[in-house]
Design a protein around this ligand. Sequence first.
Ligand SMILES: NC(=O)C1=CN([C@@H]2O[C@H](COP(=O)(O)OP(=O)(O)OC[C@H]3O[C@@H](n4cnc5c(N)ncnc54)[C@H](OP(=O)(O)O)[C@@H]3O)[C@@H](O)[C@H]2O)C=CC1
Ligand SMILES: O=C([O-])CC(=O)C(=O)O
Length: 437
Amino acid sequence: MAVAEFIPSSFSSSSLTKTISLYSSQLLHVSTHKPRLSLTPLRRSKICCSVISNEVQAPVPVAKEPIKKTECFGVFCLTYDLKAEEETSSWKKLINVSVSGAAGMIANHLLFKLASGEVFGSDQPVALKLLGSERSIQALEGVAMELEDSLFPLLREVSIGIDPYEVFQDAEWALLIGAKPRGPGMERAGLLDINGQIFAEQGKALNAVASRNVKVIVVGNPCNTNALICLKNAPDIPAKNFHALTRLDENRAKCQLALKAGVFYDKVSNMTIWGNHSTTQVPDFLNAKINGFPVKDVIRDSKWLEEEFTEKIQKRGGVLIQKWGRSSAASTAVSVVDAMRSLVTPTPEGDWFSTGVYTNGNPYGIAEDIVFSMPCRSKGDGDYELVKDVLMDDYLRSRIKKSEDELLAEKRCVAHLTGEGIAVCDLPGDTMLPGEM
Ligand SMILES: NC(=O)C1=CN([C@@H]2O[C@H](COP(=O)(O)OP(=O)(O)OC[C@H]3O[C@@H](n4cnc5c(N)ncnc54)[C@H](OP(=O)(O)O)[C@@H]3O)[C@@H](O)[C@H]2O)C=CC1
Ligand SMILES: O=C([O-])CC(=O)C(=O)O
């Protein structure tokens, strides 16, 4: 990152002057109102020219400093008084959303949904704090530029940085997407260790600087165990606030049931995904409903439900990778929005949603102290409760047990990252991430 940057040679002196005066006035404005401000390197180079001389000469190269601090970006460095204008005076207090892996594919869809008001509503201004790395910081600037150019009325702050202790400052939501993908020849245990270290570090950072009631959604795989590592490293934040994303699996299951039953997918409800976001996950057709009727009364093909349907959901991610050449990004972003909305809006009467949460006194007999996907309801206050009145049969119980065994094995494998001693890796060989085939 320590490279010289030039104002583009295509700039005419008049356009450059315009740029300079715009940026100079911003500098004046922000420097009086926002003492915490620091400027992006690109911006520094422009301001540098205006300070040096009123007459614009040839572009002056300015050494770019490595980004160390989280920085507000471009137009988002301006300050706003939301109570001053009639249009915005009824808006809620700004909400801070931190996103890791923000230069990645999922974030490229998700950030624009968050900024548009799709998650929190049309009266909720949003601050986006984007976490990248040395390797992704240029791309992250590109993302921030696209956010600027989208003119979202609700998007009031965007900052970018590479230090989780800065990017997670005061976070009320932390969407943890960034993770190393499993490469050829890499053992699953190796992936658990590498990503586990990322999530241990981010858990510590959340514990140190985030809101005490931050809601954390872990997307980066293996997301259940990453979420467990993260919450274990954040002892001052309620373990209940951590989620592993299994909403994409729920959405996939609803779609396939609807297809089989010949109905539109909005007719499928009460869809639980039990367990790990892996090929041991259990899409629950015993409790799910179609048009309010038990699935088994509508689809009278047990063999299809137990074998074809179940496997299709477990392996959907991998099939998609084969088609697309990369993993689900747009539908994952949609499912993150769904997962967040399910926590900030009351769950419709009689229905529920799936999310991977910490097992601590669950009514289903699932092992405690892991992150397991289960059926939940919310009053819309960001919190949730487990659904108690679900049916269990031998098929469901045995499938749930397999996913539980896998998660317990993953937990033993990351004991060094959860503060529980020496890691012992005895992972079942036949289980994989949805994207692995
Ligand atoms: N739970 C679910 O339902 C789903 C989960 N996923 C998972 O989400 C995650 C992100 O997916 P997607 O956005 O498509 O991925 P991308 O490949 O686009 O990467 C996302 C970010 O991960 C970070 N990253 C990449 N390599 C490394 C590394 N070696 N070490 C640390 N961080 C790295 C990078 O951010 P930076 O350099 O800024 O750190 C990158 O921008 C993956 O783990 C994927 O498996 C995907 C689909 C569904
Ligand atoms: O394995 C992956 O990266 C993709 C994934 O989780 C999914 O599509 O469900």
